[in-house]
Design a protein around this ligand. Structure first.
Ligand SMILES: Nc1ncnc2c1ncn2[C@@H]1O[C@H](COP(=O)(O)OP(=O)(O)O)[C@@H](O)[C@H]1O
Ligand SMILES: Cc1cn([C@H]2C[C@H](O)[C@@H](COP(=O)(O)OP(=O)(O)O)O2)c(=O)[nH]c1=O
Length: 256
């Protein structure tokens, strides 16, 4: 739980990180549905994107047709999209007490642009700070697929590879190692969860890393039948309530 300058209670910010096909979309969706069912206002976002401007920047930066894009341009496009989503969506949502779930945040820029592309890490850190205006996730879940190749296959099997997914296995191997280093440097905020097992098992591990923030999760985890998580292993879609569109309901419960 974060507080603003006046020390007032604010919402909760959870980011999900990891390489391609790590399972971020799957587990954010399930978490969002679980929180919404308990009356939390959930704002589900992805980066780059989440605003009208950010969505336009997303299509530019991921377009495989933009092969000419240089690394500096790529970094600045991600930061531009981030500056907009922080100002327009994340800060207001946290100020009104919502739970913000974001698919990627500044750790992705450290992993992809600093370690992956080789841009000066200190410059990337300052660019992240500039775009984030002091907003830092309360918790970050780093999802790790079985291997880089498995993740890329998972990510591209339905709709082909975007510009970043086409960057080659070696690039994505550097990104995978980078995430491991970033997580090791900040174990309080960043929790690593392996997504090699069944989705239900991965989800239980995600909830275990969030239970100090959302105490109701302790009960779900204590149910040894695992029934609460079983829907993740069926082919049926979840309730489908949680989408990338911003706020879906008004808060009945603030996070404890
Ligand atoms: N344990 C697991 N957790 C999450 N996804 C998994 C798992 N095992 C297999 N998958 C599959 O991996 C694919 C990529 O998941 P997705 O949530 O889209 O990843 P991301 O958003 O990180 O790219 C999906 O087809 C999903 O069904
Ligand atoms: C936010 C961010 C994403 N990226 C990359 C990671 C992904 O390849 C891509 C986002 O595409 P996306 O389709 O959202 O990938 P995923 O489903 O795996 O999250 O942009 C960066 O390189 N730097 C960043 O700062």
């Amino acid at each position: 739980m974060t507080s603003n300058k006046a020390g007032q209670r604010r919402g909760v910010f959870v980011s999900f990180e990891g390489g391609e096909g790590a399972g971020k979309t799957t587990h954010i969706r399930f978490l969002a549905e679980t929180l919404e069912a308990r009356g939390f206002e959930v704002v589900r976002l992805r980066e780059p994107g989440g605003t009208a401007i950010g969505d336009k920047l997303r299509s530019i930066v991921l377009d495989p047709g933009n092969a000419a894009m240089c690394d500096a341009c790529e970094l600045l496009v991600y930061e531009a999209a981030r500056a907009q989503i922080v100002e327009e969506v994340i800060k207001p949502a946290l100020d009104r007490g919502a739970v913000v779930l974001c698919d990627r945040f500044f750790d992705s820029t450290t992993a992809y642009q600093a370690y992956g592309r080789g841009i000066d890490a200190d410059f990337v850190r300052r660019a992240n700070q500039f775009a984030c205006q002091g907003v830092v996730p309360d918790r970050t879940i780093l999802l790790v697929p079985p291997s880089t190749k498995d993740g890329l296959i998972r990510a591209t099997k339905n709709d082909g590879a975007d510009r970043l997914e086409s960057a080659g296995v070696e690039f994505h191997e550097r990104v995978r190692n980078a995430f491991a280093e970033i997580a090791a440097d900040d174990p309080k905020r960043i929790r690593t969860v392996y997504s090699a097992d069944k989705k239900s098992k991965t989800s239980q591990a995600v909830f275990a890393e969030l239970a100090d923030i959302f105490p109701f999760m302790v009960e779900l985890l204590a149910d040894e039948s695992g029934a609460h998580f079983a829907p993740l292993d069926t082919k049926k879609p979840h309730t489908g309530k949680a989408t990338f569109a911003a706020p879906v309901s008004h808060s009945k419960n603030g996070a404890e």
